[in-house]
Design a binder for this molecule. Structure first.
Ligand code: GDD
Ligand code: MG
Length: 400
């Protein structure tokens, strides 16, 4: 892959946020043959072998809730072979057992591809037990099972990636229409880890475009509706602390992202769709050097956030306007309710929201549920019980 080196970097304490990097060639050749080692210092040419080496230690978590089987299969097709796939499904078990159908389709797919896939239902009782025994009961609902939501599925996927000894973990949504886009995202995750080989690297993708039909023709929109709000607000937050206006953040809502498992196990997770924005906020809270240091959080030399602009258009299922409004509110809520957020920015968020929602006067945003730092979970206990869960041959948990 040929990719430009980042032009800018914003630093806050131990946090480095690099500017968006463009991809110039999806495949720039391998080590052998006519690999391009030419020209300049502004473009990095990463051989395909190096990407595959990273992917050998990478789990890709695919969250699923009620998606069409053809879409899920297309996503699996796009994930490079060396990766360990983890499908976390929260599809209904009745009256029609959607999960069972998904598992059958995935098992069949694995017969053809010999891919490594772990399929788990979000409501698997044995995994819930392992989480409870590890002292992280906050993730469980009143029924003693993992709560519903994409973030909750992501936490489960992260723990399973650690159980399978992966070094990196990436996420791709299961409602993506283009297998080629999925393939590109995972190649870019690997490129990010190759360029920033640290213990705490976070790679986030910004889609180049999102195709829409407008007045009978195709329009390639640049920014998703919720990203506009979360990027602007995160940038205002950074500007407040640095004293310089910035536009460095382009991936506030990046559903497509990857990070080192080590970092993932030391973060807080906001529930539902607030999760991606909260990762930025939580990283700045923990390592930005602004709030008093928290002794329970592992110190880091640095946390590197790298943002890559993908080339494929991103086309996924359309889930309606109300859903987008909820997503904007959830994203802004985690910034608004952070101890980092200055009064001036709080006021601005509330005023913008009042305009957007046609409220009579600005009002605060209720906090969303935030799960405490994953380092609070006793990892050894979880791993021990997870082992037992797999040997119990639970029907909602299998390695195919
Ligand atoms: N396991 C699990 N559990 N998966 C879920 C759940 C759940 O409760 N709810 C949704 N999912 C899956 C969906 O099947 C899909 O694959 C993925 O999570 C994302 O859900 P969507 O409902 O398609 O979200 P979106 O497309 O509106 O938003 C995506 O992009 C945003 C950035 O624009 C998400 O990735 C957001 O998190 C992201 O901020
Ligand atoms: Mg979607």
């Amino acid at each position: 892959m040929k990719i430009e080196i980042p032009r800018e970097c914003e630093r806050l304490g131990a946090v480095q946020i690099y500017g968006l990097q463009k991809v110039y060639e999806l495949d720039s050749g391998g080590n052998s043959g006519r690999a391009d080692t030419s020209h300049n210092d502004v473009i990095r040419s990463i051989p395909s072998e190096a990407l595959y080496e990273r992917q050998k230690n990478m789990a890709i978590v695919v969250p699923v809730k009620n998606e069409r089987l053809k879409l899920i299969e297309g996503v699996l097709v796009g994930i490079p072979h060396p990766c360990q796939i983890i499908v976390v499904s929260n599809s209904p078990r009745g009256p029609v057992d959607r999960f069972h159908i998904e598992k059958e389709a995935i098992t069949n797919f694995c017969k053809f591809t010999n891919k490594k896939v772990l399929v788990v239902h979000q409501k698997d009782a044995a995994i819930a037990k392992a989480i409870e025994m590890a002292g992280y009961g906050e993730l469980l609902g009143e029924d003693g099972l993992v709560r519903s939501g994409k973030a909750e599925g992501m936490i489960m996927g992260t723990l399973l990636a650690r159980w399978l000894n992966n070094k990196y973990i990436g996420f791709v949504d299961s409602d993506n229409y283009f297998p080629g886009a999925v393939h590109e995202y995972v190649q870019e995750y690997a490129a990010g880890f190759e360029m920033f080989d640290t213990k705490s690297t976070f790679v986030r993708i910004s889609w180049n475009s999102k195709p829409k039909v407008m007045e009978n023709s195709l329009f390639f929109a640049k920014w998703g509706r919720s990203s506009v709000h979360s990027n602007k607000t995160l940038n205002l937050l950074l500007s407040h602390f640095s004293g310089y206006e910035t536009e460095v953040v382009k991936t506030g809502n990046a559903g497509e992202h990857a990070l080192t498992v080590d970092l993932a196990l030391n973060l807080e997770y906001a529930s539902g769709y607030a999760v991606e924005t909260h990762h930025y906020v939580n990283i700045i809270e923990s390592w930005g050097g602004i709030l008093p240091p928290n002794e329970e959080i592992v110190h880091r030399d640095k946390v590197t956030i790298c943002q890559i602009e993908s080339r494929n258009p991103h086309l996924h299922e359309s889930k309606g306007d109300e859903h987008v409004e909820d997503m904007i509110d959830a994203s802004l809520s985690v910034i608004y309710n952070s101890p980092l957020c200055p009064e001036l920015l709080k006021r601005e968020i509330a005023e913008d929201r009042a305009l957007r929602m046609r409220l009579e006067k600005p009002e605060g945003i209720a906090p969303v549920r935030v799960y405490s730092n994953l380092s609070n979970l006793k990892l050894d206990t979880f791993l021990e019980h997870c082992e037992a869960a797999f040997s119990s041959e639970s029907e909602s948990l299998s390695l195919v």
